[in-house]
Design a protein around this ligand. Structure first.
Ligand code: FES
Ligand code: FES
Length: 184
């Protein structure tokens, strides 16, 4: 099936099987391996990406379902490879150990930030993060980092992270073929 969407601001066109999961499309077809796959059943949150500004489980979404939509993955938070505030704050608060859960958490928090829905209390932040499992159990550092982000947001109005550089792709030939420009 034909799929057209934007991924990290880049136009993507692909011919994909109807049953291809979005997580597999991102990782295997687009090589955006920052999106991690843990449980593959919607429980761990590692595969979370942003779909039209909302955090969604890419392991519970078929690639064809994002036709016409704008996707953002963890790579899209630092399109030039430079760390942004969210990365710096997570680093400062030691909010990761192995980092497996981190991409999903960053996307969950970014979606909340950009929608102006980042909570401020520890209880609310724990609720926001409740869809993400950290097998290293580094929750306190993660909560501290999000609280720091939230406190910063309360005193200044931040803009969404810089948009990724645009690039285009051409339709692939055959099932599940996809191409993107080298600048992505
Ligand atoms: S891999 Fe998608 S929620 Fe765990
Ligand atoms: S830091 Fe290892 S799974 Fe969360």
């Amino acid at each position: 099936m034909e799929l057209k969407c934007k991924v990290n601001e880049a136009d993507v066109r692909a011919d994909v099987p109807a049953r291809l999961l979005l997580s597999d499309f991102l990782r295997h077809e687009l090589r955006l391996t920052g999106t991690h796959v843990g449980c593959e059943m919607g429980a761990c949150g590692a595969c979370t990406v942003m779909l039209d500004g909302r955090a969604v489980r890419s392991c519970l979404t078929f690639a064809v379902q994002v036709d016409g939509c704008a996707l953002r993955t963890v790579e899209g938070l630092a399109p030039d490879g430079r760390m942004r505030e969210i990365h710096e704050v997570f680093k400062a608060h030691h909010a990761l150990q192995c980092g497996f859960c981190t991409p999903g958490i960053l996307m969950t928090v970014t979606a909340a930030m950009e929608r102006g829905e980042l909570p401020s209390t520890e209880l609310e932040i724990r609720e926001l993060l409740s869809g993400s499992i950290c097998r290293c159990t580094g929750y306190q550092g993660i909560v501290d980092a999000v609280m720091a982000l939230s406190a910063g947001l309360s005193v200044s109005s931040r803009q969404p992270s810089d948009a990724a550089g645009a690039c285009s792709s051409s339709p692939g030939n055959g099932a599940s073929s996809t191409s993107r420009s080298a600048s992505c």
